[in-house]
Design a protein around this ligand. Structure first.
Ligand code: SF4
Length: 353
């Protein structure tokens, strides 16, 4: 392990990818990009990052942004508490640190939404503090380098790997941390697709020499996700569609959704539901089933286009332009709109006089 730092940094300097946040790695840029990159692929993050920085170029602008606009900028990235925590942390930086990001690992850890990994990344990349930044990529690389066959998701294993990395951390900790992550993202990738032949540190890799690269990292079988069945109605009155705000707590809190009921329903019970919303039916078309997988649950949604003859005050009625530009609609629901477009000619199930 001790021999790898120098080789890895040299490889990183020669091979690192051009990424929008790497051209000007200020603490703000590194912070926002690292938060966006949690649970999200680099390719997906790039365009969000560019738009976000165009709209909110400073910590001050992030601290002042309205939540609706923030969620709109985050729409589709998922894990929306990340966006809310960014704003909370920006407000704290404004208040407590006069708008300048704190520079030490310990202070960074106090910011909402900033965990050990993000604090380590900002402190080492932007302030040259000699601290590790251990994400899933680094856990995987180190587990393979040391032929560690324990489950890397267990807290005690993470702690053990963090200690191993601390022992070999060079003065250029920021570059080393980035190099480890880059190796994990481009060469030492998951699920047996790694490119060991191109790896700059393969001579030090125990999994490689023992031919264990396909079995490490070991993962305990995943817990089965909970499945929820729903019926979702795209309610149209002329060219307006009904949406409503989700509750203040829980999954996708305070984002917008299409009216829905928490089980799969027959056409007859959908009719009853529409009436209970104070709406008069014109016709019902079936879109079909749409599923969305979250971290711990799966939604199976039976979706319908329901045209109605009047509006109610319980929902917000918007045209599609407004929906697109103003309201943050989670991917689970925007998928239904996409499906509707694909199935242009939905069969009309029932017409009402
Ligand atoms: S040799 Fe292969 S398994 Fe070992 S660190 Fe390099 S890419 Fe990963």
């Amino acid at each position: 392990m001790k021999n790898i730092a120098e080789k890895l940094i040299k490889w990183y300097e020669e091979n690192k990818r051009e990424l929008p946040w790497r051209s000007d790695p200020t603490p703000y840029h590194v912070w926002v990009s690292e938060i966006m990159l949690q649970q999200t692929r680099i390719e997906a993050v790039k365009k969000y990052y560019v738009t976000f920085m165009k709209e909110l170029p400073t910590i001050e602008s992030l601290a002042k942004v309205e939540e609706e606009k923030l969620l709109k900028l985050w729409e589709g990235l998922g894990y929306y508490s990340r966006a809310r925590n960014l704003k909370k942390a920006a407000m704290l930086v404004q208040e407590k640190y006069k708008g300048k990001m704190p520079s030490s690992y310990q202070e960074l850890l106090q910011l909402p939404g900033v965990g050990e990994y993000t604090a380590g990344a900002i402190a080492s990349i932007c302030f040259e503090e000699q601290v590790p930044a251990i994400d899933g990529n680094v856990l995987r690389v180190v587990a393979r380098l040391t032929a560690n066959s324990q489950d890397i998701l267990l807290p005690q294993v993470k702690k053990q790997i963090t200690n191993q990395v601390k022992q070999i951390l060079p003065k250029q900790a920021g570059k080393f941390n980035q190099a480890m992550m880059e190796l994990g993202e481009t060469i030492c990738i998951p699920k047996g697709n790694m490119k060991c032949n191109e790896c700059p540190i393969k001579e030090y890799c125990q999994a490689y020499s023992k031919q264990l690269t396909n079995v490490i990292p070991f993962r305990n079988p995943k817990v089965k996700k909970k499945t929820e069945e729903k019926t979702v109605c795209l309610l149209y009155y002329q060219n307006e569609i009904a949406i409503r705000k989700r509750e203040e707590k829980g999954l996708l809190q305070q984002m917008y959704e299409f009216p829905n009921i928490p089980q799969l329903e027959s056409i007859a019970s959908i009719e009853e539901q529409i009436q209970s919303w104070g709406l008069q039916l014109q016709n019902i078309q079936e879109i079909g089933k749409v599923s969305h997988v979250f971290t711990h649950r799966i939604w199976n949604m039976d979706c319908y286009i329901v045209k109605v003859k009047n509006k109610n005050t319980e929902f917000i009625w918007v045209n599609e332009q407004e929906l697109m530009h103003k309201y943050a609609l989670p991917t689970a629901f925007s998928k239904i709109l996409q499906r509707k477009e694909e199935k242009n000619l939905c069969v009309i199930q029932k017409v009402y006089k």
